[in-house]
Design a protein around this ligand. Structure first.
Ligand SMILES: *[C@@H]1O[C@H](CO)[C@@H](O)[C@H](O)[C@H]1NC(C)=O
Ligand SMILES: *[C@@H]1O[C@H](CO)[C@@H](O)[C@H](O)[C@H]1NC(C)=O
Ligand SMILES: *[C@@H]1O[C@H](CO)[C@@H](O)[C@H](O)[C@H]1NC(C)=O
Ligand SMILES: *[C@@H]1O[C@H](CO)[C@@H](O)[C@H](O)[C@H]1NC(C)=O
Ligand SMILES: *[C@@H]1O[C@H](CO)[C@@H](O)[C@H](O)[C@H]1NC(C)=O
Ligand SMILES: *[C@@H]1O[C@H](CO)[C@@H](O)[C@H](O)[C@H]1NC(C)=O
Ligand SMILES: *[C@@H]1O[C@H](CO)[C@@H](O)[C@H](O)[C@H]1NC(C)=O
Ligand SMILES: [Zn+2]
Length: 923
């Protein structure tokens, strides 16, 4: 079987049916036949062609953790924090749907639905299946959560979508497959998310939040619905996604909220009573002005955690529909109906129009002139890192579950599983989780869930490693290597280390372990000596001379200015290029709300420095240097709360900057947002580049948006973008790339300069709902959180820069080292352009595999080419007996995947009817 990866930046999923490790009884090869079922849209109410059709979409927005933990939200616990109980919402909605077959409801977050489903009786489950089959209850989006788009990595997003969608398919079959992606709340939208949704087979995508200037322009130009061309590498329409902006965020029109949490007047329709208000409600409804292109309009009837008492909503919606439609007999041309996003989408598709094309993304998001949601790109940096390494560990865990077979789940070390970490990771993708916009106790809960997932995976990993290595000696995990702590290695005279490389190619990566003493002999599995250095006490020299300090290794040369202790230049020895480069740490003075232009302050969501010039923490650094045959390093101290180690390893093409920031002082009552800034001689002309969810790169231009004329009102915050794995600046000759170890925010404010926000400590809440200042402290860090992380810097000619930064970005969080591997799960290494994205046990005898072409079109002469991989010969321990290709989220067979086709506008002309309800009413 040959799997051809046709295009750059594509990823395909395969389900390997009937695979067996040699020790299993071989399976009989089964040819699996799938009924080809013709699947239309679920039963949608008829619309009226000559009228304006208003699609009422009853919905609830249930955050998978925010002010309360996911479990508190499910049960309705801690209603003193926020009144919200998802179990009651689902109980109540199902009950109300049964009362009137016209009613519709959509449900989004599978993490909650799954919890509820498990507790239902067979009878209730059958009833709900019936509602789903009849299209009365429709799943939209359907991932485990509604992921954040600015701070997530594509690999974890695909996993969490796969988990939610699989539950829906396993439970409801075809009718449970969501047609529409629904990201009504995330704070800005990533192009890579749109690309993934297209590859997951969605027909359309709706969201609520975008920059207020962009929205105003789109309203005037009737461009609130568009075709998003979400990849520069995939041939259209592979990554094309129809995208619609909802009219009122995701809320009902003003005056029409009939939830128990709202105060709007109910429809009082007894004419014998004094406060009869039907005429008033109908008139108000017919005067709602919405500007869209077709004679269809969507209205989101619901909001955060609504429908706990669904009777209130439905009783009034039934009446609204009845009374507004009654006006048709008097000449009104407005037709109101219960609907769902996919029914609405189907009508837009039937309209057979052309739609404006969108090529960039929806970052950054501002809801008014001084309110840029660019702080959360960095908020809770330790959680962001923990989430990222947990993803790496989960991939390892899943691989070892496949390689180990059943013994991995029940072996000498007990019962292990990957499920617990999968679920914890899926919940952590939520737009108030890894985004850092949750309350502190909820952030602690996400971290606790991840830690519990690690524990379950560690048993699994130990079982597999002992089975593969034939040794069941006890194993410990060095979980605190980030702070150079590992009790076993520090106290043992002799120990062995297992290093696992989850990438499908060899990598060379230094492994650092804390030890006690200097006399260690290190050898590989065959007893051969390994190049190593014991560094702790080998401070070779402290430089005090006035000459420059220069490090030279195989690929790079770095110089430091001895007077300031700062980096002064970087050279690539292979390509013989050199740039002037300095680096230092600064902080922005956070707005405290006392400002004449706006009272907005910096908080968990919002970044708003009160001046455009950041304060330097120290102009000079106290330094020490250390050199040996493995690594050369400069340790820099800038202040008691900022230090850094700059490292150059022998065979590395990147310079490592390991920064440590915190506790950020607040004794002066000033909130601080701390950045690392690189200033180079590169002539970047106001342009820099950032990745989208760790995949394709997007160009960013200072004070500019590709799709509208920006009025810039925040010179720093309005130029910040999410960086998930890398950012670069370049000119004709040189490209300087920074690879990050977690998601962070950053910008290029001056030519040649690139700044990345590392840490934020703030004293005020920014009034977007979380209700707490972002001021992280804990028992371990009573003075304030200390964060450590790495930036990897590389310098290359622009034409070949991707050849370095693509592999580097994977290694920075997924690498182990491997010399002569004692065991490899693969028969041969994969070609450099191919990344082994997923290897995961699917059923007892099937494995899910995802291979990814990781180069963007034309970014690398050598690697941006189609690649062919032999799937039959991929694994060393598994015999492939059959392969089925699936969509990206593995909830549809590839050959059953048909998506609606949409036509893009060629010019920029804007046609369309004026869709104001009032224009259609006879009033
Ligand atoms: C979806 O579920 C149905 C049964 O519920 C199953 O037959 C089908 O194979 C599943 N589809 C995929 C893509 O897994
Ligand atoms: C239609 O108009 C007539 C005459 O103005 C009025 O009596 C009747 O109540 C109206 N019907 C509705 C549904 O408003
Ligand atoms: C859609 O519009 C095109 C012209 O743009 C026309 O040729 C085609 O027949 C229309 N299709 C349908 C189904 O109306
Ligand atoms: C390190 O070794 C010394 C001397 O052998 C011993 O006294 C000390 O306790 C050891 N430290 C740790 C952390 O094991
Ligand atoms: C930071 O801003 C505050 C006003 O919010 C001002 O009083 C203070 O002097 C500023 N700090 C510095 C270092 O400029
Ligand atoms: C604004 O200034 C006042 C007095 O200078 C101070 O008490 C307050 O904390 C500051 N910040 C806010 C958000 O009001
Ligand atoms: C080190 O990692 C642990 C988790 O393994 C985490 O709890 C801790 O915050 C990290 N410390 C730093 C300084 O990043
Ligand atoms: Zn939300």
């Amino acid at each position: 079987m040959i799997g051809k990866i046709h295009k750059q930046m594509s990823h395909d999923s395969w389900l390997f049916s009937k695979m067996a490790t040699p020790e299993y009884t071989p399976f009989v090869f089964l040819l699996l036949l799938f009924q080809s079922s013709v699947w239309g849209f679920p039963s949608c109410h008829a619309t009226k062609p000559g009228m304006l059709n208003v699609h009422l979409v009853p919905h609830t927005h249930d955050d998978v953790g925010w002010l309360k933990t996911v479990d508190q939200y499910f049960y309705g616990d801690r209603n003193d924090i926020q009144h919200a109980g998802v179990q009651y919402i689902l109980d109540s909605v199902v009950d109300q749907l049964l009362k009137n077959p016209d009613r519709r409801f959509i449900y989004v977050e599978t993490a909650f639905f799954y919890r509820w489903w498990k507790q239902q009786t067979d009878d209730m489950q059958n009833t709900v299946k019936q509602l789903v089959n009849e299209g009365r209850l429709e799943f939209v989006n359907g991932g485990w959560c509604m992921s954040d788009e600015a701070t997530t990595h594509y690999s974890a997003v695909i996993d969490q979508m796969t988990m939610g969608l699989r539950f829906l398919n396993d439970t409801f079959g075809h009718c449970g497959r969501p047609r529409v992606a629904w990201h009504i709340d995330p704070f800005g939208h990533a192009r890579e998310h749109a690309s993934m949704f297209a590859q997951m087979g969605y027909d359309g995508f709706f969201f609520g939040r975008l920059d207020y200037q962009d929205r105003n322009r789109r309203m005037v130009a009737r461009e609130q619905e568009m075709l998003w061309r979400a990849s520069e590498s995939l041939t259209p329409p592979m990554a094309d996604l129809f995208t619609g902006i909802l009219p009122n965020g995701y809320n009902p029109p003003e005056g029409f909220c009939w939830d128990q949490s709202c105060d709007d007047p109910p429809i009082r329709d007894d004419p014998d009573l004094e406060d009869y208000n039907v005429d008033d409600v109908v008139t108000r409804f017919l005067h709602i002005a919405l500007v869209y292109k077709t004679n269809h309009i969507i209205m989101t009837m619901g909001s955060d955690f609504q429908y706990e008492n669904a009777n209130l909503w439905y009783k009034n919606l039934d009446k609204l529909i009845r009374y507004v439609n009654q006006m048709q007999s008097n000449g009104s041309e407005v037709n109101v109906l219960y609907s769902t996003p996919s029914c609405y989408l189907q009508e837009l598709h039937r309209a057979n129009l052309t739609w404006p094309l969108k090529g960039d993304d929806f970052f950054p998001y501002a809801d008014s002139a001084h309110d840029f949601w660019t702080g959360y790109f960095t908020s809770r940096p330790a959680l962001k890192r923990y989430e990222r390494i947990s993803n790496s560990y989960l991939q390892t865990c899943k691989q070892l579950e496949v390689l180990g077979g059943p013994i991995s789940r029940k072996g000498p070390f007990g019962a292990g599983d990957s499920e617990t970490l999968k679920k914890a990771m899926a919940v952590a993708q939520h737009h108030d989780a890894v985004s850092g916009t949750e309350k502190q106790h909820v952030a602690n809960d996400y971290a606790r869930k991840l830690a519990n997932g690690w524990a379950h995976c560690q048993v699994l990993v130990s079982n597999t490693l002992s089975s593969l290595s034939g040794s069941s000696a006890p194993r410990v995990y060095c979980e605190h290597l980030n702070i150079s702590v590992c009790p076993l290695t520090e106290t043992s005279k002799k120990f062995s280390v297992n290093v696992y490389n989850p990438l499908a190619r060899p990598v060379s990566w230094p492994v650092r372990l804390p030890v006690n003493g200097t006399a260690y002999r290190i050898s590989d599995a065959k007893g051969k000596a390994v190049d190593s250095q014991v560094g702790l006490s080998v401070l070779i020299m402290v430089v005090i001379c006035r000459c420059s300090i220069t490090f030279v290794m195989t690929f790079l040369r770095v110089t430091f200015d001895p007077e300031t202790g700062l980096l002064s230049s970087l050279s690539n020895l292979e390509t013989q290029q050199t740039v002037k480069l300095s680096q230092n740490f600064y902080w922005y003075n956070a707005s405290d709300g006392n400002n004449s232009e706006s009272i907005q302050m910096s908080g968990a969501y919002i970044f708003r420095p009160n001046t455009s010039t950041p304060f330097i923490i120290s102009k000079t650094a106290k330094i020490e240097t250390l050199q040996n045959s493995v690594v050369q390093e400069v340790r820099q101290w800038f202040s008691p709360w900022v230090s850094q180690v700059v490292r150059l390893y022998t065979d590395s093409r990147a310079l490592e900057l390991e920064w440590t920031v915190g506790p950020v002082p607040i004794g002066d009552d000033l909130g601080k947002e701390v950045i690392s800034r690189l200033d180079s001689s590169i002539n970047s002309s106001g342009v820099f580049y950032t990745d989208s969810n760790g995949r394709e790169m997007l160009q960013r231009r200072k004070d500019y948006r590709p799709t509208w004329n920006l009025r810039q009102s925040e010179p720093i915050a309005g130029n910040y973008y999410p960086i998930n794995s890398r950012a670069y600046i370049k000119d004709d000759k040189d490209q300087l790339t920074v690879v990050t170890d977690r998601s962070q925010g950053g910008g290029s404010i001056q030519d040649g300069s690139l700044e990345i926000m590392l840490h934020r400590r703030l004293l005020y809440d920014d009034v977007r709902g979380v209700g707490e200042p972002l001021n992280e402290m804990s028992d371990i860090y009573p003075e304030g959180l200390v964060v450590r992380g790495r930036h990897l810097l590389s310098l290359s000619p622009p034409a070949t820069a991707a050849d370095t930064h693509r592999p580097l970005a994977q290694e920075v969080y997924q690498a182990g080292g491997e010399r002569e591997p004692i065991f490899s799960g693969l028969q041969a290494v994969l070609p450099p352009a191919v990344h082994l994205l997923t290897v995961s046990q699917w059923d007892q005898d099937t494995v899910l595999l995802r291979l990814e072409h990781q180069y963007q079109a034309s970014e690398s002469k050598e690697h941006s080419q189609p690649v062919t991989v032999n799937l039959q010969k991929l694994f060393s321990t598994l015999d492939v007996l059959g392969v089925s290709e699936m969509n990206l989220s593995a909830n549809q067979w590839k050959d059953e995947m048909t998506r609606l086709d949409w036509k893009a506008e060629s010019g920029t002309h804007h046609t369309g009817v004026t869709n104001q309800l009032s224009a259609y009413s006879a009033l």
